[in-house]
Design a protein around this ligand. Structure first.
Ligand SMILES: Nc1ncnc2c1ncn2[C@@H]1O[C@H](COP(=O)(O)OP(=O)(O)O)[C@@H](O)[C@H]1O
Ligand SMILES: [Mg+2]
Length: 342
């Protein structure tokens, strides 16, 4: 393995919990100084991967290096070079932002003066100077996450693991965290970031690996990934189920076939997609404004009553449907067979 080139390198990584494979032959190569997104729904294996790479869990099979060191054979060398922000903030709530950071600095064996200096640097870098002496219990969600990020940066790690850093935050908090991550990356830190949001991976990552049931199902730049799944989608909701075929016809005319829209040949689902229950038709489109105006006109010409029409980005569920042919919450067929046999 050419470990010098890669900040993180895994080969056939596995983690079993009893019968369950949380990671099932997971391969990943993260270039130094880059941001790697790990995108997947709940239960995909994201936290398991992060726990193994940060030496908190041992793999059942395969191997992994971080900053050139093997996570099972050289865990101490790995730990010295990484930072970790878990899915849930690990702050002492009765302490102020500054006190929290000084405490973490002391835990990392900085002397009092250096811990205080580092705390002030980080408070400033993460836009928390004004709130430095407020108890962290009073912080907004976005401020807490930023303080948590700052705490994982005390020793300026080579590789930083961020496990769902913005889950549960409102849009403003999310933007604040994104800004903080961008400034870390500008400083040269390699970041591996897990997320359930396509737009977050799009905003921050150089490459995005999509993970499903412990396996990687795609690994590309955000631009290529979006091209493969269709960047924008038009969505029409009709008032009467009987009008669905007319809506499908109207949407098909503006659909971006290069984005994967088409006859539903092979593994991929047919586009446009029509959902009878929701009376909804969706399809990928390229030119947003043309698509919207043309579909609206076509529907009006046919006298179709429209409840809603709009443009939006694909959801994670649609990314999965396109890449795997199944939804994020579908039960895997293979597992069902195993259950029946057991
Ligand atoms: N300690 C554990 N014991 C048993 N099963 C686990 C454990 N940790 C995770 N799992 C299972 O492994 C799968 C992957 O979990 P996880 O890595 O937490 O996914 P994610 O972070 O993507 O939501 C899930 O099905 C989860 O229930
Ligand atoms: Mg998780």
């Amino acid at each position: 393995m050419d470990t010098a080139r890669w900040a993180v390198l895994t080969e056939g990584l596995c983690k079993r919990y009893g019968q369950k494979c949380a990671l099932d032959g997971f391969d990943l190569a993260v270039g130094r100084g880059t941001v790697q997104g790990l995108l997947g729904p709940n239960g995909a294996g994201k936290t398991t991967a992060v726990r193994i790479l940060s030496t908190l869990a041992r793999p059942s099979g395969g191997r992994a290096t971080v900053a050139g060191f093997d996570v099972t054979e050289q865990p101490r060398q790995v730990r010295r070079r990484i930072g970790l922000t878990g899915q849930y903030p690990a702050l002492a709530e009765p302490l102020s932002g500054r006190q929290n950071l000084v405490m973490f600095g002391r835990l990392f064996h900085l002397d009092k003066a250096r811990a205080a200096r580092r705390a002030d640097e980080l408070l400033s870098a993460f836009g928390l100077t004004e709130a430095a002496d407020t108890v962290s219990k009073e912080y907004s969600g976005g401020m807490r996450r930023r303080l948590d990020l700052a705490a994982s940066m005390i020793l300026a790690p080579q590789v930083l693991f961020l496990d769902e850093p913005t889950t549960g935050l409102d849009p403003r908090g999310r933007n604040e965290v994104w800004e903080a991550v961008r400034s870390l990356v500008a400083g040269g830190t390699t970041v591996l970031l897990t997320t359930q949001y396509l737009d977050e991976a799009d905003q921050l990552a150089d490459r995005v690996a999509v993970i499903d049931r412990g396996r990687k199902i795609a690994d590309d730049t955000p631009a290529e990934l979006k091209r493969a799944i269709g960047g924008n989608r038009i969505e029409v909701v009709v008032r009467e189920t009987a009008d669905l075929p007319a809506a499908v016809e109207a949407v098909a005319r503006v659909m971006d076939r290069a984005a994967g829209g088409g006859g539903g040949t092979g593994e991929r689902p047919a586009e446009p997609r029509a959902d009878r229950e929701d009376r909804r038709v969706t399809a990928p489109v390229r030119d947003r404004v043309t698509a919207l105006t043309e579909v609206a006109r076509a529907l009006q010409e046919r006298g179709v009553a429209v409840e809603d029409i709009g443009l939006r980005r694909p959801t994670l569920d649609e990314v999965f449907l396109r890449l795997t042919g199944h939804r994020t919450d579908d039960e895997p067929k293979a597992d069902k067979r195993v259950e029946v046999a057991a």
